[in-house]
Structures are given as structure tokens and as C-alpha cells.
Ligand binder design. Structure first.
Ligand SMILES: [Zn+2]
Ligand SMILES: [Zn+2]
Length: 405
């Protein structure tokens, strides 16, 4: 099959690789019809994520058709159309039983490495380094899905791929971020980062009762999208002091809820003992990115809530913990507990409360993925979200894909 493989910094290629096989009874094989590039894939492209190996297949936002199931998968059959979540969860461990699926204890075969980095290992992820299990990703023609009886959600034929694909990550992630923000009717919610997760957090915040939404970014087309799609007021942090502007907009009280949909650039270095060194050597960048969480703590109103869907990996510094404590703030975090949120989000799509396809700016053949990584990374051509279609043919020049905008 064809797959998008990682070879090093800014080096991803379409390669022919062996088709995936059923390895365990609870596996399924999916023929991919649509798959997206995620902002977090750029950490891999930039070479910041440790434990990548040459030839690793990227991608964790896939959907498609079931073409093979293991003997232990009774809820899926060949021909079913499914969306596959980015996290892999067993459904049976202490954490899965509590609905804390992204904390699954059984899905990361490299748990010992992860434990050394974070204190405890979390769930395995598709296409996201060997630290998270070394699972082949979904930017390919086929995908092996472990624990296929737990993660994938069946989607009805009448909903096109574009409406349901983002159930794989960014829509439930934005939804959980808004839920974690503990929004009450009439609240003002500030959202740092207007990429896809930020956009879905804003849409979800509105559904959960937010009266005012304030979007913070420096990419004009993302701010325009937030304004158009979620009725957000906007702050371009290149032009304005974010803290001062937020206070002025809220009569000095500060936003009730703050969502950090930016996170920290993933860390460089090789193995766990290199993590602290990596932070030290990359201090400028780490400090720059931790700035968002610091700013959210400073800006939030007393007794408010800060929700962090943005990905952090290692250690951040200079967090104003005195402000966090004395202002009585609540801080809520986590990778998304996907199987808990996917049915709810699908229901909202089916009811017409949301059409997640609004974030798509580019839809191209899988063959054009290497060029699109570059377009996406450099935010060229208004690029906010890229969908790759393995079934779409390419003329080889990388420019025949549809630019949706
Ligand atoms: Zn993603
Ligand atoms: Zn589990």
C-alpha cells in the first residue's frame, strides 16, 4: 500500500510499504477513505518528538471502511463505515472503566519509556512516535486498528466523510476542552489558539452557554473564521497586549473561562533522560510557548476555570502558581477521552447543531501529502485544515487537489 512515511526533519515521503495484517483477535483493518493532517503532526515534521524512526507512518485522524476483523471483534463487520479515534484504548482497565480512556493502561507497549518521562504511561496513539507505542498511523491506504471493538465509531452513510472525519480528534478535543472549562450561562470565554481545536472549542462553548467568546491568535484567516463561525470577538496578539485588552473588554474582571488551545512545542532530544536537557537547550521556545498558560492564569477572573487541550509534553517554567492559588482558579487538562465524547459529538452533527466541515481549507490526494505538509506548516494559501484522500488520483504535480477555502 501507499503511506506517508517520516524520514527526518522536514522529510516526509509517500512510500510503498507492506499492507497491515491482523495481529491480535481484537484488531480490525480499515481501508482509509479520508484522513487529516493535524497541527500536532508538525511537531514530528520539525523533529521535536523523540523516539521517531525512519519509515514510521504518520497520521492519527483517519476514517474508512472495515475490510477485515479479528475473531474478538463482534461489534464491527466488513463493510462498516467507521471513524477511528487518535487514542487506542482497551476498554477494560481501571482507567477505561472510569471513562478516562486517554489514560488507558494497556494500549502503550512502550509504557516503561513513557513512565520515565511522565511518572505514568498514558494510552497508545496512532502515528505519533515510539513513546506512544510505535503504532503505524492513518495517512495511508490501510490501517490496523488495535482494540477495534472499543475505539472506532460507526457513522451513517448519509453523512459525507467531511462532516464526520473530525470525530477522530479535533472536534471531540474541542468539545472536551469546552466542557472542562465548566462554562455557565452568560460566561465570557477566552480561547488562545484558533486552529481546528480552538475553533471547535469555541463552537462547543457557544453550545454550552457562553455569551461572549474572545478568540486570540495572530493568523488573520483563523481570527476571521472564529468571528464568522462562532461570533467571536478577536484579539491579534501581534497588535495588542492580550492581558490589558482582555481586562478592558471585561471591565477589569477578566474572562470567566480560559482555554489554552496552543500548548507547548513538543520536546527535542532522544530518550527520557534527554528531556530536561532539551528543555534547557530550547529555553527560548519553551518559555515562549508556556507564555500562553501564564497569560491565561494572569487574565482569568478570580474563581474562574482554565482548560488546557493544548499539548504539553515535558516541563514548563515560571508558571504564576501564586496567582493560580490565590485567585482560586481551577485548572483542568487532559488528552481527550475519545470514546466518551464521540457519540455525543456525532449526535450533534446528526441533529444539525454543527457541521465540522467548516474548518477544511484543502482536500487533496494522499500522493500530495508531502507538499501539503509544507503548505500547512508555513500557513500558506490560507491553510487551516488539510484532508487527504487516498482514493483521489493525483497528476503528480501536487496542485490538482481542490483548494476549498
Ligand atoms: Zn490530531
Ligand atoms: Zn484501558
Amino acid at each position: 500500500m501507499k503511506a506517508l512515511c517520516w524520514y527526518g526533519v522536514n522529510d516526509v515521503r509517500i512510500e510503498h510499504v507492506p499492507d497491515p495484517q491482523i495481529l491480535n483477535d481484537r484488531d480490525a483493518i480499515i481501508k482509509i477513505t479520508s484522513t487529516a493532517i493535524c497541527g500536532s503532526d508538525l511537531h514530528l515534521l520539525d523533529g521535536y518528538m523523540p523516539t521517531m524512526e525512519k519509515g514510521d507512518i504518520l497520521g492519527h485522524e483517519p476514517m474508512g471502511e472495515v475490510v477485515e476483523v479479528g475473531r474478538g471483534v463482534s461489534n464491527l463487520k466488513v463493510g462498516d463505515r467507521v471513524v477511528v479515534p487518535f487514542t487506542i484504548c482497551c476498554g477494560e482497565c481501571f482507567f477505561c472503566k472510569k471513562g478516562l480512556f486517554s489514560c488507558c493502561d494497556n494500549s502503550n507497549p512502550n509504557a516503561e519509556v513513557a513512565r520515565k518521562v511522565m511518572g505514568h504511561a498514558t494510552a497508545g496513539l496512532f502515528g505519533y512516535s515510539h513513546l506512544t507505542g510505535g503504532f503505524a498511523g492513518g495517512q495511508a491506504e490501510y490501517l490496523r486498528v488495535p482494540f477495534a471493538d472499543v475505539g472506532p465509531i460507526k457513522v451513517p452513510d448519509e453523512l459525507p466523510d467531511e462532516k464526520v472525519l473530525f470525530l477522530s480528534d479535533v472536534y471531540p478535543t474541542g468539545y472536551m476542552a469546552a466542557e472542562n472549562a465548566e462554562i455557565e450561562n452568560g460566561d465570557t470565554v477566552a480561547v488562545w489558539g484558533c486552529g481546528p481545536v480552538g475553533q471547535f472549542a469555541m463552537k462547543s462553548a457557544r453550545l454550552l452557554g457562553a455569551e461572549r467568546i474572545i478568540a486570540i491568535d495572530d493568523v488573520p484567516e483563523r481570527l476571521e473564521m472564529a468571528q464568522r463561525e462562532s461570533g467571536a470577538e478577536t484579539i491579534n496578539f501581534d497588535d495588542e497586549n492580550v492581558y490589558e485588552t482582555l481586562q478592558a473588554m471585561t471591565h477589569g474582571r477578566g474572562p470567566d473561562r480560559c482555554i489554552d488551545a496552543v500548548g507547548c512545542e513538543a520536546l527535542s532530544g532522544g530518550m527520557p533522560d534527554g528531556i530536561i536537557d532539551a528543555i534547557k537547550t530550547a529555553t527560548f521556545m519553551a518559555t515562549d510557548r508556556a507564555h500562553v498558560l501564564r497569560q491565561a492564569i494572569w487574565s482569568c477572573r478570580k474563581g474562574g476555570t482554565i482548560s488546557v487541550p493544548g499539548v504539553y509534553v515535558g516541563a514548563g517554567d515560571k508558571l504564576p502558581i501564586g496567582s493560580l492559588m490565590n485567585k482560586g482558579l481551577t485548572l483542568r487538562t487532559g488528552q481527550t477521552h475519545m470514546p466518551k465524547y464521540m457519540p455525543k459529538c456525532l449526535e450533534l452533527i446528526q441533529n444539525g447543531d454543527i457541521d465540522p466541515s467548516f474548518i477544511i481549507t484543502h482536500e487533496v490526494p494522499l500522493d500530495d501529502a508531502p507538499q501539503m505538509y509544507s503548505t500547512f506548516k508555513n500557513k500558506e494559501d490560507g491553510c487551516i485544515k488539510v484532508v487527504l484522500k487516498p482514493g483521489m488520483s493525483s497528476n503528480g504535480n501536487g496542485h490538482n487537489g481542490m483548494t476549498v477555502h
